[in-house]
Design a protein. Structure first.
Length: 129
């Protein structure tokens, strides 16, 4: 019981599972229903096969990162990848629609991904104090 409690109470695990759940959820939706997400792609891509394929690729990246977070593999690398993905999403959303509730959500996820990066490295005593 103590090991389960310690696993759940770790800040690194809480951040990983929370971000992992969100990115797997959206990644799977992007993979299986790319036509619903093409509207969020940059306008110069159009709404054809290229845009659909890039949405599916985006979904694969999100889902893969989420799974890696769940299984506690490469969390430092995944947190940087997700930070870059969230920056891409935020910039696209803000340039297309302005600061919306969706963009604000992704700003929060970006903050969580950056926090995870620092928590992982602090626990491993890699960063200077």
């Amino acid at each position: 019981m103590k090991s389960i409690l310690r696993l759940v109470m770790s800040p690194e695990n809480i951040l990983s599972y929370a971000i992992g759940f969100v990115v797997v959820w959206f990644g799977l939706h992007e993979m299986f229903n790319p036509q619903d997400w093409v509207t969020f792609a940059p306008p110069f891509l159009g709404d054809g096969a290229l845009a659909n394929n890039l949405v599916v690729l985006h979904g694969i990246i999100l889902t893969s990162c989420g799974i890696l977070l769940f299984i506690n593999s490469y969390r430092h690398v995944v947190s940087i990848i997700l930070s870059l993905v969230f920056i891409e999403i935020i910039l696209t959303l803000v340039t297309q629609t302005g600061l919306s509730d969706i963009a604000v959500r992704d700003i929060g996820l970006f903050g969580m991904a950056i926090s995870l990066f620092f928590v992982v490295f602090e626990r491993r005593k890699v960063l200077p104090k």
